[in-house]
Design a protein around this ligand. Structure first.
Ligand code: 13P
Length: 252
């Protein structure tokens, strides 16, 4: 009953012009491949061009971060309403690169998630353990804690607009992918945590993606796992042929 969601995270890649060209080239390749939802999370300045290019296609546009205040003296920040008006439907919150390099904490991830949901954006909430935590055998505790802290105060009704992306930090941009078993197991831990906080129904309904070196070669076996409902794809979302192959794997 859960729909697979294949999302690209372009990170700091592609200018507005390149974004428009990419989407116009991708659209005919993924047309009618509706067994999955397709989202591209693009740099802020690309959103308007990307949304225009995606009009009338099955490609949806997202941003990569959002501020938690509605407006005010927050130089350099972007509000949820700004994203919506520019044409974004989704926003990534809590990506590990924001946590690692820009001081993002579970507390600010929670604030951003609440603000985005209140404004009507769909949230792709990222969480996952670092290498030392996996090696110490505390992955389950780490992802359960992040799930609880990041979703604190969010209602079961609001949760319908949340996708969780399980991204083991050691697998991001490294070429090291979690095995399908590891991905399935840890996505399962997150799902159980959702059941504990909310309900079995909420746990059954929530889309949990895997992210971390997912590509055209490994997507099919990752997506075949019961607890893996899609992918959040970095590097391989920057090439139309690779991204299309992942969409194809989700449509089998
Ligand atoms: P890569 O697919 O490049 O490893 O990036 C994953 C990621 O961080 C998606 O958000």
């Amino acid at each position: 009953m859960r729909k697979t969601v294949i999302a690209g995270n372009w990170k700091m890649n592609m200018t507005p012009k390149a974004a428009g060209e990419f989407i116009r080239a991708l659209a005919p390749e993924v047309k009618g491949k509706d067994k999955c939802d397709i989202v591209l999370c693009v740099p802020f300045v690309d959103i308007a061009t990307a949304a225009e290019a995606a009009k009338g296609t099955n490609i949806k546009i997202g941003a990569q971060n959002v501020h938690f205040e509605e407006k005010g003296a927050f130089t350099g920040e972007i509000s949820a309403q700004m994203l919506l008006e520019a044409g974004a439907e989704y926003v990534i919150v809590g990506h590990s690169e924001r946590r690692q390099y820009f001081g993002e904490t579970d507390a600010t991830v929670n604030l951003r998630t609440k603000a985005a949901l209140a404004a009507g954006l769909k949230v792709i909430l990222c969480l996952g353990e670092v290498k030392e935590q996996r090696l110490s055998g505390i992955t389950d505790e780490v992802v359960a804690m992040q799930t609880k802290l990041d979703l604190a105060g969010i209602t079961e009704e609001q949760l319908k607009n949340v996708i969780i992306a399980y991204e083991p930090v050691w697998a991001i941009g490294t070429g090291l992918t979690a095995t399908p078993e590891q991905a399935d197991e840890t996505c399962g831990v997150i799902r159980k945590t959702i059941a504990a906080i909310y309900s079995e129904k909420a746990a059954d309904g929530i889309v949990i993606q895997y992210g971390g070196s997912m590509n055209d070669g490994n997507a099919a076996e990752l997506l075949a796992k019961a607890n893996v409902d899609g992918g959040l794809i970095g590097g391989a979302s920057l090439k139309t042929d690779k991204f299309t192959a992942i969409v194809d794997a989700a449509n089998k």
